[in-house]
Design a protein around this ligand. Structure first.
Ligand SMILES: Nc1nc2c(ncn2[C@@H]2O[C@H](COP(=O)(O)OP(=O)(O)OP(=O)(O)O)[C@@H](O)[C@H]2O)c(=O)[nH]1
Ligand SMILES: [Zn+2]
Length: 356
């Protein structure tokens, strides 16, 4: 097995699906980055810029039929141009996808072939067992193995208790407490980051994902080295939004899409966070009560009686509006993408002469 491909995560699973293509003279590569249907592919010839073949585009029924970050693809390479054409996507061992909100039920794949997903939860005020449960479901659904990473251990003084608590909701899932700041507990993550192993990070904003990645990738070290060598070609900071190789041999997927996965759990997370208000709202006389002027509004009553804080209700309202706004934006984006797709299909159909 080719050593370089192996370092990119190539294994028997993919090899088992590729032989018919290899016999026809095709090669393989792994998708590191996607931008507007242009792909950066890691190959034996180095990084190539790829586009999907007309056939693949024509046969694609939806977004899930296009390459995603982490995919192994069958290519014809043009190394002298640093370009490639993508002919097929090899079966995915695991995949993280987002379901489009609203009418569209189309699947948008954000990362594939992830071996391990680090579910990052901070041990300070971010710590939330209910959210951890949802992340676990997400991970199991993807086909990747979850590992719970409790970050910012330096901010926690009852570590033992917290770990025991987490282990009780995540039976059989490895739990590791770390501090990226102090460099503590990081060694325990090494086994997941061995040669050719792919890891993705999932966790709310601010839990320390970037700090952990910097630690693992020794980004600062690389930057210093670059400056010294006077090489201003590749800025390592930009590589941190995609699939990239860690110095230790593992691969890390850090795409905006992976981080946005947090959003579609926002809905439920919101309900959990405002459990008290949701419970009250369920007691309003009208099920669609806006808690404004409706008679029998349990929320207004609670505010009047002083059992519910006015400011808490206001922040509930504010967050609700933000979530709704987010959902509308997402919907509009999906609709535009759908329209675009059909436009392209129609154009492709028009260009194909009917066979008579
Ligand atoms: N005390 C302490 N602070 C940390 C640790 N790791 C990260 N932080 C701090 O937490 C804050 C957020 O860290 P980030 O790495 O930016 O968090 P993130 O998860 O990447 O956030 P997003 O980019 O918004 O998704 C920063 O101020 C970090 O310095 C740690 O181990 N201990
Ligand atoms: Zn009400």
């Amino acid at each position: 097995m080719n050593q370089y491909l192996k370092s990119l995560g190539w294994n028997d699973f993919f090899a088992g699906h590729v032989s018919p293509f290899i016999e026809q003279g095709f090669e393989v590569g792994r998708i590191a980055l996607e931008h507007k249907r242009l792909y950066r592919i890691l190959t034996e010839h180095g990084e190539l810029l790829g586009e999907v073949s007309g056939k693949l585009r024509y046969e694609a029924a939806g977004r899930e039929d296009y390459p995603a970050v982490g995919d192994w693809v069958v290519i014809s390479a043009r190394p002298h141009e640093q370009k490639a054409t993508i002919h097929a996507i090899l079966p995915r061992k695991s995949k993280f996808s987002r379901k489009a909100a609203g009418e569209g039920v189309e699947e948008q794949i954000v990362a594939t072939n992830v071996d391990t997903v680090f579910l990052v939860n901070a041990l300070n005020n971010d710590y939330n067992l209910r959210r951890l449960e949802r992340y676990l479901i997400l991970a199991w659904e993807s086909g990747a193995s979850p590992v719970i990473v409790l970050s910012k251990s330096d901010l926690c003084d009852d570590l033992e208790n917290k770990i025991a608590e987490v282990e009780s909701v995540a039976v059989g899932v490895p739990v590791h407490a770390i501090s990226s700041e102090q460099g503590e507990g990081l060694d325990a993550l090494a086994p997941y980051l061995g040669e050719g192993k792919t890891v993705a990070l999932l966790g709310s904003s601010g839990v320390g994902k970037s700090t952990l990645i910097n630690r693992l990738s020794g980004r600062n070290v690389q930057l210093v080295k670059e400056v010294r060598e006077g090489d201003d070609r590749g800025r390592h900071t930009t590589t941190h939004r995609e699939l990239f190789q860690l110095p230790g041999g593992g691969l890390m997927i850090d795409t905006p899409g992976m981080r946005e996965l947090q959003l579609w759990e926002g809905d439920e997370g919101f309900r959990d966070a405002f459990d008290d208000i949701e419970t009250l709202a369920a007691q309003c006389r009208f099920s669609d009560c806006l808690h404004a002027k409706e008679p029998g509004c349990a929320i207004r009553l609670a505010i009047e009686e002083g059992t519910l804080d006015r400011s808490r209700f206001d922040s509930y309202r504010k967050l609700q509006r933000e979530l709704a706004h987010q959902a509308r934006k997402e919907d509009a984006r999906m609709r535009a993408a759908e329209k675009d797709k059909w436009k392209k299909i129609n154009m492709a159909l028009r260009q194909t002469k009917p066979k008579r």
